[in-house]
Design a protein around this ligand. Structure first.
Ligand code: 3MF
Ligand code: MG
Length: 349
């Protein structure tokens, strides 16, 4: 437990969270809300960090010259400055283009791997232009639909090679790996934060290779998100989070933070608080989907509400009776400890 003054959390999300409402079973049910207008919403909603895919900054990136990419990056940087916003990270979107159909870095095709590397370089250049030090690798298609499709050993070598190449390409950029066990692939090569951190230590600069933990992704791996966070924190490697929630082992739901399992959410906030997450400028990132049923354009209630639930839980963590916790731990009376947590969350203690 640290005794410094409480962290004044700052919040971030990516523009994709303000969505058009498409799902695998039906098309968009809301009109697109223009990007520039999304930036204006951030502050009003209580957020000052923006998470980007490369093509959120530079639409049509594949068809542009380096000079055009630079120009467009500068234009977005100006919008951010005018709005008083910070770019938290940039992530190469390596799951849309035909060249990434079977993965990027681990594709069996050398030309596809070259494409993935080019997008990665462009993303780093964009991050530099936006004054962001984080490059997020959500390794969406770095895995297989059937095991025989790729040589897994070779794939792991390729992933490590990519991490090292990024570290060589830019002396300041940090690689933030966002693990997810499955979806869109059947099995991903970096399913948990443990895998990401192993890659970090194997790399040529472990200090610059960290993780981003999404609550739902940990749950999809059958793990507890708060323990996953504690593991990364114990190694000084929790660079960011995607707080959200998930109801069981099914498709990635990106539900509002705490909306399915309030106690699990409380424990994530508790671990973040206990370990001073945020003191070095880390953001509380949210990755939440609007319900398809929600009317209006743009829909933002899910973002505001998740932030609000987070702040309520911060209050619950700060008012949690630590002395009682210590006593009950010492007495090994976990039945009483559990009841104390439940009554605290219910507000009846
Ligand atoms: C995956 C991510 C993002 C996705 C986003 C849109 C940085 O969980 O966080 O990558 O692109 O969720 O689907
Ligand atoms: Mg995410």
């Amino acid at each position: 437990m640290n005794n410094e003054s409480p962290v004044d959390y700052r919040f971030s999300f990516g523009p994709w969270n303000i969505s058009e409402g498409a799902d695998p079973f039906g098309p968009e049910i809301r009109e697109a809300y223009p990007h520039e207008k999304k930036f204006v919403l951030y502050k009003k909603l209580g957020f000052n960090g923006v998470q980007f895919h490369d093509d959120d900054v530079v639409p049509g990136i594949d068809d542009l010259t380096p000079a055009q990419v630079e120009q467009q990056t500068a234009a977005v940087k100006k919008i951010l400055d005018d709005e008083g916003l910070l770019a938290e990270f940039v992530a190469p979107r390596l799951w849309f283009a035909p060249q990434t159909v079977d993965g990027g870095y681990t594709s069996n095709s050398a030309t596809d791997r070259e494409y993935a590397w080019k997008r990665t370089q462009q993303s780093i250049d964009i991050a530099r232009g936006l004054n962001s030090k984080g490059l997020v690798l959500w390794l969406a298609r770095e895995g297989t639909y059937i095991r025989e499709a790729k040589n897994a050993r070779e794939a792991y070598d390729r992933l490590l090679e990519t991490v090292n190449r990024i570290l060589d390409y830019d002396s300041e950029i940090e690689v933030w790996i966002e693990p997810k066990p499955n979806e869109p692939t059947d099995q991903a090569y970096v399913p948990t934060i443990g895998h990401a951190i192993a890659l970090s230590y194997a790399s040529k600069c472990p200090d610059r290779v960290k993780g981003l933990i999404e609550s739902a992704h940990a749950m999809l791996a059958g793990l507890d998100a708060s323990d996953e966070m504690a593991f990364a924190l114990a190694h000084g490697k929790l660079a960011s989070v995607h707080l959200n929630d998930q109801n069981g082992l099914k498709y990635d739901q990106d539900k509002n933070f705490g909306s399915t399992n309030l106690r699990a959410a409380f424990n994530q906030v508790r671990v973040l608080e206990e370990n001073g997450y945020g003191r070095n400028g880390e953001f509380i990132g949210l990755d939440v989907k609007a319900m398809r049923t929600q009317a209006g354009v743009p829909v933002t209630a899910h973002l505001e509400n998740s932030r609000r639930i987070f702040l309520h839980l911060v209050e619950k963590v700060r008012t949690w009776d630590r002395n009682r916790e210590s006593e009950l731990r010492a007495a090994r009376d976990y039945e009483a400890l559990e009841l104390a947590v439940m009554e605290h969350l219910l507000g009846v203690a």
